[in-house]
Design a protein around this ligand. Structure first.
Ligand SMILES: NC(=O)c1ccc[n+]([C@@H]2O[C@H](COP(=O)([O-])OP(=O)(O)OC[C@H]3O[C@@H](n4cnc5c(N)ncnc54)[C@H](O)[C@@H]3O)[C@@H](O)[C@H]2O)c1
Ligand SMILES: [Zn+2]
Length: 407
């Protein structure tokens, strides 16, 4: 394929990728290391490649699924690609907020696709953020016991995190991602051009997950994020800086997936902060973006590690520095969510075992506790409750320290 450069993420992945000089229209491709392992096509303003990639798949029809806002912004130029490549298509818009990530919306989408004559020879494209692609990926896995699916993420989180997982899910009445399956797309098409219209909180939410990858696997990446956050205006990133930043977050996740493509052993560490984060996100009804809820969750997990005698105070404080001071996130737990609310939701989480709830806890930055070989440990419920009830006081102290330092 012309202009397509393969970027290998083979052994010895460097901490920061410097050898890709991103320019508009330049597309690179790489493996995801997942099982199955879809190829990821990545770049900025690379729409010209999409038609050829779809034609390679011999499809009878494309079902392009997005939401109303994204359809207005981008469906015109994308359907133009289908037209010029003589690919039959139908556009379907679906609701895609966190609250809409549920069974009834999933059922509506499946029935709509069948009503519009989707066949086993069709391909469904999910064009949107992580919520939308989770719903569409799950629909693709269910219809006729599985039809082909292409993932086109449009958020920083989608491009750098949710597409690098074959986990598709919707939320249940009692918590997040309770019903789902592992289902891989045939390929991922990540064009950072679409990220320009995303909200600042969405971008910050994804960068929090990038910092998480550094916390669990590669402490050497933390200065990279500190430097970027000190020197870049996240609200106003030029397309190449945005593409480069996204690529480095992608590489930090690939470095983890390469060690565990099944997502069931070491890659479980990617759930750092998620047991608390999911409960906070769920209770907020999606008003707290996923990665921001997870950042709050990582601060709680760091406090637990410190109290268990693992993480030093200084290491736990790095969480507040990165997420609070540098990324400028509100790390407090919302006043309307009680410790009981969080604990009850956690008890419905998929981390619950017969021995109790398991949590991803770091021994120190860059090293995950792994006493039983599953990268999660049971923590005494009273200790968790103590940390949760004291967390807002701790956050306040940390933030006051920062404010008084900079005053
Ligand atoms: N499967 C996984 O491993 C995995 C990993 C990370 C996150 N997730 C899931 O992804 C979801 C979060 O995804 P997200 O952070 O992408 O947010 P999101 O999907 O909730 O999108 C946030 C908002 O941005 C809008 N939007 C999307 N792209 C846009 C664009 N280019 N321009 C303007 N608006 C745009 C969406 O319509 C939505 O209103 C959560 O449900 C989380 O559980 C899954
Ligand atoms: Zn996450």
């Amino acid at each position: 394929m012309n202009n397509v450069k393969a970027a290998s993420s083979g052994n010895g992945t460097p901490a920061i990728q410097k050898d890709v000089n991103f320019t508009p229209h330049k597309m690179i491709s790489f493996r995801t290391f997942l099982q199955p392992d879809p190829t990821y096509y990545f770049g900025n303003d690379i729409i010209e490649y999409l038609g050829g990639l779809i034609k390679n798949e011999a499809v009878d029809k494309v079902f392009f699924v997005t939401n109303d806002v994204l359809a207005k912004l981008y469906a015109g130029e994308i359907t133009e690609v289908f037209r010029t490549n003589s690919i039959p298509y139908t556009v379907i818009t679906v609701k895609d907020s966190e609250r809409d990530k549920n069974f009834s919306n999933l059922e509506w989408l499946c029935d709509t696709l069948v009503d519009k004559f989707v066949t086993k020879g069709s391909v469904i494209i999910g064009f949107g953020g992580g919520c939308l692609t989770n719903i569409v990926g799950l629909a693709a896995g269910l219809i006729f016991r599985g039809i082909r699916y292409i993932e086109m993420p449009t958020t920083f989180m989608g491009v750098t995190d949710s597409c690098l997982s074959n986990k598709q899910a919707v939320n249940g009445a009692f918590g997040k991602n309770q019903y789902g399956m592992y289902r891989a797309p045939i390929f991922i098409f990540g064009d950072t051009k679409y990220l320009q219209t995303e909200s600042l909180s969405g971008r910050k939410s994804a960068i929090a997950e990038g910092i998480k990858n550094a916390f669990i696997n590669n402490a050497a990446l933390l200065p990279y994020y500190e430097n970027k956050l000190d020197n870049c205006d996240l609200n106003n990133l030029d397309p190449m800086t945005l593409t480069d930043l996204a690529y480095n977050v992608i590489r930090s996740k690939l470095a983890i997936l390469k060690q565990d493509p099944s997502e069931k052993h070491f890659a479980v560490a990617l759930e750092y902060g998620h047991t608390f984060g999911h409960a906070i996100e769920f209770f907020s009804g999606g008003s707290i973006p996923h990665g921001i809820a997870v950042a709050k969750g990582m601060c709680i997990a760091a406090e637990i590690s410190h109290r268990l005698g693992y993480m030093s105070r200084e290491e736990a404080d790095k969480h507040y520095r990165l997420f609070g001071e540098k990324l400028r996130l509100d790390l407090k737990l919302p006043e309307n969510i009680s410790v009981d609310d969080i604990m009850n939701t956690i008890l419905a989480d998929n981390k619950k075992t017969v021995k109790g709830v398991k949590y991803v806890i770091l021994e120190k930055i860059g090293v995950c506790l792994n006493p039983d070989g599953d990268y999660q440990i049971c923590v005494d419920e009273e200790l968790v409750r103590d940390v949760l009830s004291e967390q807002n006081e701790i956050v306040e102290k940390k933030l006051n320290k920062v404010t008084s330092k900079s005053a």
